[in-house]
Design a protein around this ligand. Structure first.
Ligand code: HEM
Length: 192
């Protein structure tokens, strides 16, 4: 069928297209989380230990890196609250967007090598509730992060969606930290 001259082109329904993009992003995020979990479960843990001079064990290196990632993630949350005008008496300075982006990039870069070691050397484990929660949240963190990155450029989505996924990513990372680095430091002491 050909369009009649002068007839207006069909206007795509913004809400429906936004919802479709959210569904696609969520499916990809779920696929990422599942792939990591399945890989960690099927791959035989190598137990490989990479140590860094100055640190007492690989566990301590990982715990400090995870703590760094969580600290930068806290900066992300703080800068997001300022950007959204949620902090009374503070007007967002011009550099707040840069701080938000860079703290997020650094947090992610610190988390990746830790997770690679977890997956490759230790695998997806469930020999205690803590370890099972840690393994599940570790995979969920990367899934939620993927969704957040995919919906970032989507302007059709409701404004609350990006902060909601940001909060989800932060919650997953905090859970990962509590079930690993916090446990490590409270069991073996805070040491390098
Ligand atoms: C990707 C999915 C992940 C899986 C399957 C996974 C799995 C594991 C397992 C099985 C352990 C040993 C737990 C124990 O016996 O105490 C562990 C430890 C640890 N994980 Fe993960 N993890 C993942 C992601 C992450 C992420 C994203 C971080 C931090 C950013 C992290 C940080 C740590 C730390 C600090 C330890 C304690 C040090 C150690 O025992 O090596 N993990 N992980």
């Amino acid at each position: 069928m050909t369009a009649q001259p002068g007839a207006s082109a069909p206007v795509p329904d913004r809400a429906a297209s936004g919802a479709a993009k959210l569904v696609v992003a969520s499916l990809i995020g779920a696929l990422v989380a599942l792939t990591l979990g399945i890989y960690g479960h099927l791959h035989h843990p190598t137990g490989i230990a990479i140590n860094i001079a100055g640190f007492s064990s690989p566990g301590s290196v990982k715990s400090w890196l995870a703590t760094g990632a969580t600290a930068f993630a806290l900066v992300q949350v703080g800068s997001a609250l300022v950007m959204y005008g949620k902090v009374p008496r503070i007007t967002a300075p011009s550099w707040i967007g840069g701080l938000h982006r860079w703290s997020g990039r650094i947090a992610f870069l610190l988390a990746v090598p830790v997770a690679v070691h977890c997956l490759y050397a230790l695998g997806f484990q469930g020999y205690s509730t803590r370890v099972l929660i840690h393994s599940l949240l570790g995979c969920a963190f990367f899934g939620a992060f993927t969704v957040k990155m995919l919906i970032l450029p989507q302007r059709q989505l409701p404004g609350w969606m990006l902060p909601a996924f940001g909060a989800l990513v932060f919650t997953a990372l905090t859970g990962v930290w509590l079930s690993s680095a916090y446990w490590f430091f409270s069991t073996f002491g805070i040491k390098r």
